[in-house]
Design a protein. Structure first.
Length: 377
């Protein structure tokens, strides 16, 4: 028992010396900001409307954050060789869970994206798929040198296509756009020939068009949201309009903690519209501060990419940070009505166990790959 304890202590000390503390503290700070805003946005009024105890959502969020922080440490402390060998197996498990969604999934507001199994509470499998997809695609592109680079691009595209079919079936337009964007960035930075990328893009466009014509009922909500986005009078835009009004009401400095009313009018305020809640109570300046934190994390990660010699780690880091930045700006874009409603959460800050677990996996892998000894892999 004593030797086991000493070994663990040595591993933690080594991890602490090598981990990028600026990235680590930035992630932790975002988690605690999310906890603080959860306390503010999940008021007793919301709890009463949903027949829950006071601060029910805050307590659950606290549990999610605690588990997520533990998960970050567990992932980031692992040896890189072991972690990289293990993650592809976990990717196949996540794909299997995504495959089970149409069978055992829970339908909420017309979309079947969540699972509720006896051994697994309500969980959105795509949050597990996203970071593991990045790792698997990076491994395909850089590891199998026996195949031509174009064949490796094709293999990665087929993996993407399989996942997109599952997501479109749910349907989940936001996560579909997120994965396509992250995949495109990874392919682009890997040095793809633009002609090959254009051919894959054309093929993807043809597949999407065929799916729309073959399964029009699955895409009716997409067209309705686009129509409502272009012409707000053409449909129900109550939530997005209230979010925009809340941001305007908050101005630069906000109305003050607990003074916002969006959380009382929009049930999904603590998830899909958390930025609007924050802006209403703390002002646009605080939103700018949050954006700067995400950009700082990206800057630190990309600095590591420039100095990293392992091609797999470089490509994986680019993909992972792309997930964070694209999802962040999609969420903000929806809140300020620059984009149609997608139901996209804000990483680290929005309420929800699935979102926080997915964010913690991304953060843990980033911290693992940006450790000072990463070039020794």
């Amino acid at each position: 028992m004593f030797s086991f304890s000493r070994e663990n202590t040595s591993s933690i000390a080594r991890w602490w010396r090598n981990v990028d503390k600026q990235i680590l503290f930035s992630f932790i700070f975002l988690f605690f900001l999310g906890l603080f805003f959860s306390f503010s946005s999940t008021s007793s009024v919301v709890g009463e409307k949903m027949n829950k105890q006071m601060y029910f959502f805050f307590i659950k969020h606290l549990i999610f954050v605690s588990a997520s922080l533990f998960l970050i440490i567990v992932i980031s402390i692992q040896e890189k060789n072991k972690l990289i060998k293990f993650l592809p197996y976990l990717f196949f498990i996540s794909i299997f869970l995504l495959f089970l969604v149409p069978i055992f999934g829970v339908e909420i507001k017309g979309s079947k994206r969540w699972m509720d199994l006896p051994f697994l509470p309500i969980f959105q499998p795509v949050e597990l798929v996203k970071p593991l997809f990045i790792i698997f695609i990076a491994k395909i592109i850089v590891s199998n040198e026996k195949n031509s680079i174009h064949r490796r691009y094709l293999y990665s595209f087929l993996i993407l296509l399989i996942i997109l079919i599952f997501l479109i079936n749910q349907p989940d337009l936001g996560q579909t756009l997120l994965l396509v964007s992250a995949w495109t960035i990874m392919i682009f930075v890997s040095g793809v020939n633009m002609l090959a990328l254009s051919i894959l893009g054309l093929f993807f466009f043809i597949v999407v068009v065929l799916l729309i014509f073959l399964f029009p009922e699955k895409f009716s909500y997409v067209f309705l949201r686009l129509k409502t986005f272009i012409d707000p009078k053409a449909g129900d835009n109550f939530q997005s309009q209230k979010a925009l009004d809340a941001i305007k009401q908050g101005g630069l400095t906000g109305q003050g903690m607990g003074e916002g009313i969006l959380k009382e009018k929009v049930p999904e305020a603590h998830t899909d519209y958390i930025i609007a809640v924050i802006s209403e109570e703390f002002g646009a300046i605080f939103i700018l501060f949050i954006i700067i934190i995400f950009l700082f994390i990206s800057f630190r990660v990309l600095n590591k990419v420039y100095t990293e010699i392992n091609e797999f780690i470089k490509l994986a880091l680019v993909g992972l940070v792309s997930l964070l930045i694209i999802q962040t700006f999609i969420h903000i874009g929806v809140n300020v009505r620059l984009l149609p409603t997608t139901g996209m959460t804000l990483p680290f800050l929005s309420y929800g166990g699935s979102s926080l677990v997915g964010s913690s996996i991304i953060a843990g892998i980033i911290l693992n790959f940006t450790r000072k000894d990463s070039s020794r892999y």
